[in-house]
Write a protein that binds this ligand. Structure first.
Ligand SMILES: NC(=O)c1ccc[n+]([C@@H]2O[C@H](COP(=O)([O-])OP(=O)(O)OC[C@H]3O[C@@H](n4cnc5c(N)ncnc54)[C@H](O)[C@@H]3O)[C@@H](O)[C@H]2O)c1
Length: 669
């Protein structure tokens, strides 16, 4: 860095603080960062260096002196009795060595560390009085957090009651697993909503909701790693984790007590290679002095504990060249740009496409045809363009022009209020019809075997179907027009279409492809109303009376059925003999006969030999059992198959009754 005088340094410091404050506000308050973490981290490091060089310019309100962002949500506020701090971070093994030397110097001898994975989520405090969960809060600015007590009621792995009447506080990470993150972003893309940049922002955005029903749908989980006030007999971090696990908290079993930095480096290497196969995102590892007395002696700075440090994984990145940007029209009319690039190997898979989500993002990244771009995987899973390598941009490059017309039907595209997406609103758009029919025929919807995307495309090209009702008028002669379609395929497809007439109506409701209504919501609605005509007449308040159905879904349903074209379509389906009644079991009224599992809380673990997990879950639920994902004191039975891991151990520790899969089957029969 060139030598700066005090005035120049002051200016540069102010510019950096302004930039970092804006980014922190977007990241912490809005859960919507506008720059990559690496960009934030580089600028932050620059500010740290300058403040070190010019200590007289450090002010208490500098971002280097405070935790997180200011709280701007309407959630209630909670004052933390013990501040929730941030964590120092390092980006190389050399820096970890420096950290270790610093600790050894302060302590006077080598120390053991408890090493844990750094989970990509947000920190959460849980307070218990006499063994009952009374309050949950986010970190906020470290002193004051947001009250999320109502929201955490919907996080299954958080114990609401402890096996002992403890008055205590624990802290940990609230996170969204990779599968849930992928599903949420796919749904948001389809609905024209902004996607979350990474699992951490998705978890924060899902937990910090005024309407806890939204949290309920988001599948959040926790790993608890801090006991704020442990009992005296707990003297180390690794013991604290073991004991918290026994109390029913979900702890991460990959943590390890290590004696020296060589072991720590081996741990880093191990998890650098295992990282992609974990079901949750991690962005590094955390090194904690294991001895709690030493932790206390080492203390904290204003922002971070001195006894712990995060080693952040270097971002896995590849460079490649963009050849084309293709625009696809989804079934709800959202038009999405995708960059098509030279294939490259990235975090275990070959990648040649990266979704750019919406025009704003494309403009912001200024991706152009011919550009060399840096590619990484957001949340370890979704390929994403981090930035354009401007130094490699061809001299004749042109700013990419966003299309104004639908690539499928040519109609003008629109921006609907409050949406980031560009939409085609032509109900007759062939691409939307095609996607709509593909969705209608898909497994979680009408489940018409053999009616995949290729056949649907051909049916539309041959002008045989214009909407889903036309499927029920197809004849053998019509299908004979399709390529490679012999007598057997024709008869199979016609039978599959015919069988779908008898489906219970939740499959039809899902199949109609109403914005925000997936299989789960469709089932809940149908179980309440029993019949499609009644759903079509329901008001927003009738619909929101159902637990977990919020206003967004309710409004989407009422708006959809208010359209004359939709009413005509439904009538055509009814006239074609499609069932509109709920044929499933009556969950509310049915009296379940007494049986071994009735009203019991059950956890399944390990590989099952006779059923899939979901088959067994359904079976147990039909017997009146509640099947949950994690073991706690409230669990009545743990049913285990082969290779059962931590859940079985935990059940043994908590002395919960265990059943092998075979024993459980015997109890059912
Ligand atoms: N992209 C942006 O615009 C932007 C803006 C602000 C911050 N950020 C990112 O956020 C980081 C700073 O955030 P921060 O202050 O929350 O620090 P941090 O996320 O780097 O580390 C501290 C947090 O790690 C979490 N954690 C996960 N696993 C843990 C474990 N096993 N033990 C203890 N803690 C664990 C805790 O929630 C803790 O609060 C930056 O490094 C940057 O990457 C990005």
């Amino acid at each position: 860095m060139a030598k700066l005088n005090n005035k120049n340094a002051q200016e540069e410091i102010e510019t950096l603080r302004k930039k970092l404050n804006t980014w922190a506000e977007q990241y912490y308050a809005q859960d919507a960062p506008s720059v990559e973490d690496a960009v934030y981290d580089q600028n932050y490091q620059k500010l740290v260096e300058l403040e070190k060089q010019f200590p007289e310019l450090v002010t208490p309100d500098s971002i280097t002196q405070r935790v997180g962002g200011e709280i701007k949500s309407d959630l209630g506020k909670v004052e933390h009795q013990v501040p929730m701090l941030s964590m120092g971070d390092v980006f190389s093994k050399d820096e970890l060595l420096e950290f270790d030397q610093r600790i050894q110097k302060l302590v006077g001898e080598p120390v053991a560390y408890n090493v844990e994975l750094k989970i990509d989520g947000l920190s959460l405090s849980l307070e218990y009085v006499d063994g009952k969960l009374v309050r949950a809060s986010t970190r906020g600015n470290g002193r004051i957090g947001e009250d999320v007590t109502k929201n955490v009621q919907y996080i299954d792995d958080i114990p609401k009651t402890l096996p002992e009447k403890l008055t205590t506080e624990v802290r940990g990470e609230c996170y969204m697993g990779k599968a849930a993150f992928l599903k949420l972003n796919t749904e948001r893309d389809e609905n024209g909503e902004a996607v979350f940049a990474n699992p951490r922002n998705a978890a924060a955005g899902s937990l910090r909701q005024l309407d806890p029903k939204v949290t309920k749908k988001r599948n959040l989980s926790t790993f608890i790693y801090t006991w704020v006030n442990p009992p005296e007999e707990i003297t180390s971090q690794h013991q604290a984790i073991q004991q918290m696990s026994k109390l029913g908290f979900h702890t991460n079993e990959t943590g390890r007590k290590l004696a020296n930095l060589d072991e720590v480096f081996a741990y880093i290497d191990e998890y650098t290679s295992k990282r992609d196969s974990l079901s949750y995102g991690i962005d590094g590892i955390v090194l904690k002095v294991d001895d709690l007395t030493l932790q206390k002696q080492l203390g904290n700075t204003v922002k971070v504990p001195r006894w712990e440090i995060a080693y952040k994984f270097p971002p896995e990145e590849q460079e490649t060249i963009v050849h084309e940007i293709v625009w696809t029209v989804g079934r709800t009319g959202v038009v999405t740009p995708t960059a098509v690039m030279d294939p490259v190997e990235l975090a275990g898979t070959t990648v040649s496409r990266a979704v750019l989500h919406n025009p704003d993002l494309l403009k912001q990244k200024d991706v152009r045809i011919g550009d060399t771009v840096k590619l990484h995987k957001a949340g370890d899973i979704i390929p994403e363009i981090s930035e354009v390598v401007l130094s490699k941009r061809p001299a004749n490059s042109q700013v990419y022009e966003i299309p104004t017309e639908c690539p499928s039907c040519g109609q003008s595209l629109v921006h609907l209020e409050g949406e980031v997406a560009l939409r085609c609103i032509n109900p007759a758009c062939p691409a939307q019809i095609e996607e709509g029919i593909i969705h209608f025929a898909s497994r979680p919807a009408m489940d018409i075997m053999g009616l995949g995307p290729k056949i649907v495309r051909q049916l539309i090209q041959h002008d045989l179907v214009k909407d889903v009702a036309d499927l029920y008028h197809l004849t053998a002669d019509d299908l004979a027009e399709l390529d490679h379609f012999g007598d057997k395929s024709i008869s199979n497809l016609l039978t599959a279409i015919d069988n779908s007439r008898q489906n219970s109506v939740e499959l039809l409701l899902n199949g109609l492809g109403i914005d925000h209504v997936g299989a789960k919501a469709a089932l809940l609605i149908v179980q309440r109303f029993k019949n499609l005509n009644k759903i079509m007449q329901a008001s927003v308040s009738d619909l929101t009376a159902i637990d977990t159905i919020g206003e967004t879904i309710a409004e989407s349903i009422t708006t959809y059925f208010a359209q004359a074209s939709v009413q005509k379509l439904v009538q055509e389906l009814i006239d074609s003999g499609v069932n509109i009644d709920y044929l499933g079991e009556d969950v509310s009224e049915k009296e379940i006969a007494d049986n071994f599992f009735k009203n019991k809380t059950v956890v399944l673990t390990g590989k099952l030999a006779h059923f899939t997990r979901s088959e067994f879950t359904k079976k147990l639920e039909s017997l009146g059992a509640k099947v949950t994902g994690s073991v706690s004191k409230k669990t009545d039975y743990v049913i285990y198959g082969t290779d059962a891991g931590s859940k079985l151990t935990k059940a043994e520790n908590l002395k919960i009754a265990l059943l092998t899969e075979e024993e459980a089957i015997e109890k059912i029969q």
